[in-house]
Design a protein around this ligand. Structure first.
Ligand code: PEP
Length: 250
């Protein structure tokens, strides 16, 4: 079974109306190769504008986070329904920059359920810190992060909607990247954990790599059998580099 290839650009808290408009003009003509899908995650306040500007392009839009709560008295929060309303198809869950601000496994479970019920496709981010890596705890940490969602009885029927992104925290925004072989090892282990639960699901779920993916290292990562694409931060803000990476998947 061939899995969906995905290239995702996480714009984080960068840009303004002018610079993001220019970025959209640069990328909206990208033609996804080999049935891949391209997704960008603008800051909340620009999602609707970006989604509108990309309405005739094959590029989808997602939210960088969402609230675990229903619409109501939750100052500063953004609900799953709101993301759908402004044009989102995907949402990131458990990005390490959110985990570092105190997001817990339980919060993520609520977010996952809210996302799928609203019709969003959740992208569950997992990854170990440098200290955990040096203590040889990578497997233990990323498996626990995956299993906090995978083993939720309430979500079994939702799991086919999920994408997983393995993002070693030490590689995010640092210029350091896991080697293709290091990343493959973790991806294989993650897919193995999914396989233990459901063989068909394991072949279907896309597992992306994230952590300083650039035009000069993406190709070798994409050659690995269990790497189905990338979640890209810094390089996704450069239209030309993002385009180059999008054309490498195949
Ligand atoms: C990210 O934050 O998801 C990310 C992978 O960032 P960068 O590509 O800049 O390391």
């Amino acid at each position: 079974m061939s899995r969906q290839k995905l290239i995702m650009g996480n714009w984080k808290m960068n840009g303004d109306r002018t610079t993001l408009h220019a970025l959209v003009q640069h990328i909206k003509g990208i033609k996804p190769v080999a049935d891949s899908e391209i997704v960008v995650f603008p800051p909340f306040v620009y999602i609707e504008k970006v989604a509108y500007e990309l309405r005739n392009s094959p590029i989808s839009v997602g939210g960088q986070n969402l609230s675990q709560d229903e619409n109501g008295a939750h100052t500063g929060e953004i609900s799953a329904e709101m993301l759908v309303d402004v044009g989102c198809k995907y949402v990131l869950i458990g990005h390490s920059e959110c985990r570092q601000r105190g997001e817990t496994g339980e919060t993520l479970q609520h977010k996952f359920i809210k996302a799928v019920l609203a019709g969003l496709k959740p992208v569950l981010c997992v990854g170990e810190t440098q200290a955990q890596r040096l203590e040889h705890k990578t497997e233990q940490i990323v498996l626990a992060q995956l299993e906090s969602v995978l083993n939720l009885p309430a979500v079994a029927s939702f799991l086919p909607q999920m994408t997983v992104a393995y993002e070693p925290v030490w590689a995010i925004g640092t210029g350091l990247t896991a080697t293709p072989q290091e990343a493959q090892k973790v991806h294989e282990m993650l897919r193995g954990a999914i396989r233990e639960k459901d063989k068909t699901l394991a072949e279907k779920i896309s597992i992306l790599y994230g952590g300083s993916v650039k035009g000069n290292n993406a190709q070798h990562l994409f050659e690995m059998p269990d790497i189905d694409g990338a979640l890209i931060g810094g390089a996704s803000l450069n239209g030309e580099e993002f385009k180059t990476i999008c054309h490498m998947i195949g």
